[in-house]
Design a protein around this ligand. Structure first.
Ligand code: NAD
Length: 295
């Protein structure tokens, strides 16, 4: 049993904190949203009224926050994590943020005597609740070893990506690839339909042929093909287009820092931006197929 502070109890963090409590850890939970903290207490966590109260006795601090600006503020501010956590505490930031922000946090935290890993996740809200996330971890070997048993209560795969920032590097590369394969998959389904193919027949063929990908076999953008895919519920309760665009823009910024053009990722950003304007911010990203059907 470990004393763990959990900050950021939203769509993802709520389920993750609940799984840590279920695994027998003492989880002290904080969020700016009162209802989010109440839900966490109902799931077995203890309420904290401030970041200071949450972290002051914790050996491990997990954060699951919207963006890099939120993360740096929560760790750095005078009433934040670094000002109040015990020396040597292990920070696990599971938010998706830029590689640069992750490295900045690691540098400052290490200098202040803490241990730190960037540990972003793959898998959506369902995986957060089921405890089946994939964690991509950036940190030293010793930090990864210390983080692994904690993360294992929330995930099915805990992979050491490399040094600080490597977890975020893996995350944005993965999601850049996902963004592109989903658009290709949607275009193929729309063309198949226009050519008179039964979507079920095309799915059966492509999912066993060279066009196969996760976008096809685990997340098909056409209803009735993959159980639990957002296409079965009119693209609600999935990976919101705003989050996909956030990740894609982090990837594009990293590409330009590395002097890369990333032609397909750039085009994908253009297509998803148009989808966002026409269909609104909450739909799942795979609903971009509806944009293509309009052509
Ligand atoms: P969310 O907006 O539902 O939750 C964020 C929570 O952080 C909110 O409850 C908010 O009140 C809280 N918060 C913000 N600032 C705070 C502060 N200063 N102190 C305490 N709490 C604060 O977001 P989410 O969907 O849970 O996503 C969290 C992170 O996980 C993001 O970085 C996102 O990119 C990443 N992610 C999300 C998904 C997904 O499917 N939703 C999948 C993989 C990764």
């Amino acid at each position: 049993m470990v004393d763990i502070a959990f900050i950021g109890l939203g769509a993802m963090g709520g389920g993750m904190a609940a799984n840590l409590a279920k695994a027998g850890h003492r989880v002290i939970a904080f969020d700016l949203s009162e209802p989010a903290v109440t839900r966490a207490t109902q799931a077995g966590c203890q309420r904290a009224r401030s970041i200071a109260e949450a972290v002051c006795q914790a050996r491990v601090i997990v954060t699951m926050l919207p963006s890099g600006a939120h993360v740096l503020d929560v760790y750095r501010s005078s009433d934040g994590v670094m000002a109040h956590a015990p020396s040597g505490a292990l920070f696990l930031d599971c938010s998706t943020i830029s590689v640069q922000d992750a490295r900045t946090l690691a540098h400052e935290a290490t200098k202040a005597g803490f241990r730190v890993c960037d540990a972003p996740v793959s898998g959506g809200v369902g995986a957060a609740q089921a405890g089946t996330l994939t964690f991509m971890v950036g940190g030293t070997d010793a930090e990864y070893k210390a983080a692994k048993p904690i993360l294992a209560a929330m995930g099915k795969a805990i992979i050491h990506a490399g040094a600080h920032g490597a977890g975020q590097s893996a995350k944005i590369c993965n999601n850049m690839l996902l963004a592109v394969t989903m658009i290709g998959t949607c275009e193929a389904f729309v063309l198949a339909e226009r050519l008179g193919l039964d979507p079920k027949a095309f799915f059966e063929i492509a999912s066993q042929s060279s066009g196969q990908s996760w976008s096809m076999t685990s997340y098909a953008p056409v209803p009735g093909l993959v159980e639990n895919a957002p296409s079965n519920r009119n693209f609600t309760n999935g990976f919101a287009i705003t989050l996909m665009l956030k990740d894609l823009r982090l990837a594009l910024a990293a590409n330009s820092e590395c002097g890369l053009k990333a032609t397909l990722a750039l085009k994908a950003e253009e297509i998803y931006s148009e989808y966002l304007v026409k269909f609104g911010p909450n739909r799942d990203f795979s609903g971009v197929i509806d944009l293509m059907k309009e052509e």
